[in-house]
Design a binder for this molecule. Structure first.
Ligand code: BJW
Length: 254
């Protein structure tokens, strides 16, 4: 792969970048053992109906059921470790002047890999808020002693929910506003592991491309962002990204 001319041209673009945005989806965490959503057979939505699990209405209808599904997932996220793809992305910060990570993921693995500027578009499943949204920022330890499922908000007694963005809910305004501004101002966008079908997040690579940025897409399969990408690197993030970053380092030192 290091000799692949597409890796070389992606590395050249990255080595010249003054403002890089790395835009990620579930695929970047797959090699950490976290399931993606839309892959046939293994994706969560191939096994579960998102309308029964990832909407406010589903939660209000069956809170204990939805909570137990998330409980399983946040257990998996807490036990998971960043993989070489997350670590390669974090390493870019030490090589390039400005690097921001915009992620759709809710597992916190970019931060644990060492990325310092991470914008979470769809929230974080290890953070909790009450159903009304008035009380936010709880962590597992805040309700560890409670047997009720879902547990109650320590401040108002409402049921707690994971602080994630379900279908039909608005993305946190500060996160999407900043992600859009960074995308319109970056010179390179590195997209990793997203099918590119969930909006408004999926609009970011098009925003970057329209503003003149070079969009590089890393994915084992063609995805819906191909139209925005100038360079497509086929393969898993945990393999492609360390090679890409090694090649960036060679361009910068060679
Ligand atoms: C690898 C790999 C390896 C594999 N390495 N890669 C038309 C119809 C109906 C609705 C809409 C519509 N147009 C827009 C909408 C709205 C909707 C939407 O986009 N729906 C579409 C699906 C049709 N959007 C929303 O509802 C959003 N909100 C909104 O629009 O609000 C408007 C509003 C404004 C004001 C007031 C009120 C409302 C919210 C979207 C929230 C998405 N939530 C989820 C769940 C989060 C919580 C949870 O996890 O439980 O977010 S859904 C799910 O999809 C999750 C992800 O972040 C998101 C994106 O998925 P992602 O990351 O791309 O994963 P996959 O599985 O799709 O792809 C993985 C990729 O990895 C694949 O390409 C693989 O090939 C690749 N891969 N191994 C690298 N090793």
């Amino acid at each position: 792969m290091a000799q692949d001319p597409r890796v070389q041209s992606a590395a050249r673009a990255l080595a010249r970048s003054r403002r890089l945005v790395v835009f990620t989806g579930a695929g970047v965490s797959k090699e950490s053992g976290i399931a993606t959503f839309r892959e046939p057979e293994t994706g969560l939505w191939a096994q579960y109906d998102p309308m029964e699990l990832a909407t406010y209405e589903a939660y209000v209808r069956r809170p204990a059921f939805v909570w137990s599904w998330y409980e399983h997932r946040f257990g998996a996220a807490a036990a998971a470790a960043p993989n070489p793809g997350h670590r390669a992305i974090a390493e870019l910060e030490h090589l390039l002047p400005r690097v921001s990570v915009v992620t759709q993921n809710i597992d916190g693995l970019h931060q644990r890999a060492g990325s310092s500027d991470v914008i979470e578009l769809h929230g974080n499943m290890l953070r909790f808020k009450c159903l009304s949204g008035r009380h936010t920022g709880f962590v597992l330890d805040d309700f560890a002693g409670q047997d009720e499922k879902p547990p109650r908000c320590p401040d108002c007694g409402d049921p707690l929910r994971p602080d994630v963005v379900w279908f039909g809910e608005a993305l946190p305004a500060d996160a999407i506003d900043r992600a859009q501004a960074l995308s319109a101002a970056c010179d390179v966008m590195l997209v990793v592991g997203t099918s590119g079908v969930v909006y408004p997040a999926a609009g970011l690579p098009f925003l970057a491309a329209e503003a003149g940025a070079t969009v590089i897409d890393v994915n084992p399969e063609r995805d819906a962002l191909a139209a925005a990408a100038e360079i497509f690197l086929r393969g898993p993030g945990g393999e492609v990204l360390p090679q890409l970053v090694a090649s960036v380092r060679e361009h910068l030192t060679g």
